[in-house]
Ligand binder design. Structure first.
Ligand code: TRP
Length: 468
């Protein structure tokens, strides 16, 4: 396959903040607002948060810089980037496989991520129509409602398709007029809603307990599984391991500093994850509420507590709008990886690529939508054979989070750290940055810390542990 992308016509972000907004939009998503709070809860708080912060600094940030570097240096998506740079080096064209794995991973993650994102649409409708209030006053009824909703094939499919439609609608308009513009509107709104909610919970009785839970480490709570989970999550939350940041980096101008931009994105992502924890735990600790199933906190616990507080309708509606916006800027980045692959490699026009790829993912995703109880055969499939991997949804999520992303991230770290030369790296990172004093630290972390840590995840998954 020839590469049809002309280097000098590649789209670019329209402003200096373009990359940062879009990349932060990709990073901030259900991982921050849904997954991070509940895994923090399951792992006992403080100590887990500390390990997570360590993973972001020592593993996540260096790999983020490496991905963006690959994209901007080659001006190509993951497949093109690895083919171009791998060609005359050890490993040769086999490196292209890393790019292809990335595109496949984007396809797979988007197909189920959009189903969960769809749930937030259902809850926005519920909150605004006044139907959430009565449910929230009866926790058992809410639980039943959620269960019935999950196993309703029509509703699951409908909201998934609506969310995919919104995603396609943005990517259709391209890098500047679509993705960047959406991020420029959605990200500030998202941040303002978060700030408003944080100010709100400062006055709730559970606020202090929440801070203690999140920031006071109690290492006796920490398990080895927790450490691996923190590591794995640092990947997912920063959108690493499949070329999303690489693709966004390929639209970055040479004038922009890669290290500064990447670190800003890491800081924003972490800040928002911690804010989400403060909001949720303050509210939860304000009431004596027993959490039975933490993975559905967002949909079965939070509404109950929202409505115990003044202004429940407004707070709950705002909250689900926030989650939907965060999810949308993430699904956009997932689709962009797949669509830009068709644009670059098959020479398709953007509109065609977006519609065909987005349409295929939407169709394939229906299998996930139906596997939550709607269609028995699909919920019973369990190729991996563990309770948490049941159903098409469970299987794909397990494969993507436990295998594809860590393996992709591992190979990206190896490629940039060991196959590219020191001078090549230095040159790209100093373009738009000036002298990079921390280059040595970055390179050390990328060559040793990152592969070791990610290698540990992979080995433990092989040995049968799972961290998601
Ligand atoms: N980072 C997003 C979140 O936390 C999800 C996401 C978007 C993602 N693009 C990705 C995860 C690429 C892995 C790879 O919700």
């Amino acid at each position: 396959m020839e590469n049809h992308q002309q280097q000098n016509t590649r789209a670019q972000w329209g402003s200096r903040l373009g990359f940062i907004l879009a990349a932060a939009g990709s990073a901030v998503g259900l991982g921050n607002l849904w997954k991070f709070p509940y895994i923090t809860f399951e792992n006992g708080g403080g100590a887990f948060v500390l390990v997570y912060l360590g993973a972001i600094v020592l593993v996540g940030a260096p790999i983020m810089i490496a991905e963006v570097l690959l994209g901007r240096k080659t001006q190509r998506g993951p497949v093109g980037a690895f083919r171009l740079l791998g060609r005359d080096r050890p490993g040769g064209v086999a490196w292209t496989g890393v790019g292809i794995l990335g595109v496949v991973t984007g396809f797979v993650i988007l197909s189920y991520y959009s189903v969960v994102a769809g749930w937030t649409l259902r809850y926005i409708v519920l909150a605004l129509s006044g139907k959430l209030a009565p449910l929230a006053h009866d926790p058992a009824a809410l639980q039943t409602f959620f269960g019935t909703f999950l196993s309703n094939p029509w509703q699951q499919t409908f909201f998934h398709l609506v969310f995919m439609g919104a995603t396609v609608g943005v990517v259709f308009f391209g890098v500047g007029r679509g993705i960047e513009r959406a991020a420029r509107i959605l990200m500030p709104v998202l941040f303002l809603i978060l700030l408003a909610l944080v100010f709100y919970v400062v006055w709730t009785p559970g606020f202090n307990q929440a801070l203690t839970f999140i920031f006071r480490p109690n290492f006796s709570e920490l398990t080895r599984g927790g450490v691996l989970e923190a590591l794995g999550h640092s990947f997912f939350t920063l959108s690493l391991g499949m070329g999303a940041m690489l693709t966004y980096g390929s639209y970055m101008r040479k004038k922009t500093s890669i290290p500064r931009a990447a670190i800003t994105v890491c800081v924003l992502d972490t800040l928002i994850a911690v804010m989400a924890c403060i909001i949720m735990f303050s509210i939860i600790f304000s009431f004596d509420f027993e959490i039975t199933k933490s993975s559905t906190i967002l949909f079965t616990t939070l509404p109950v507590v929202f409505f115990k507080l003044p202004g429940g309708v407004v707070i709950s509606a705002l909250f689900y709008i926030l989650v939907a916006f965060a999810a949308l800027t993430s699904t956009i980045s997932l689709l962009e990886v797949v669509a830009s692959y068709a644009i670059d490699e098959f020479g398709w026009a953007r509109r065609r690529a977006t519609l065909i790829m987005g349409g295929s993912i939407a169709l394939f995703g229906i299998l996930n939508a139906l596997s939550l109880g709607g269609v028995q055969r699909l919920s019973e499939i369990n190729l991996i054979g563990r309770p948490s991997t049941a159903g098409v949804f469970g299987t794909l999520d397990y494969l993507a989070s436990n295998w594809f992303l860590p393996v992709g991230g591992f190979l990206i770290a190896l490629f940039v750290g060991w196959v590219l030369t020191k001078d090549e790296n230095l040159q790209e990172l100093e373009t738009g940055h000036g002298r990079m004093k921390t280059f040595g630290i970055w390179r050390f972390l990328l060559r040793f810390a990152a592969p070791l840590a990610v290698g540990a995840i992979i080995v433990s998954v092989i040995l049968g542990a799972e961290y998601q």
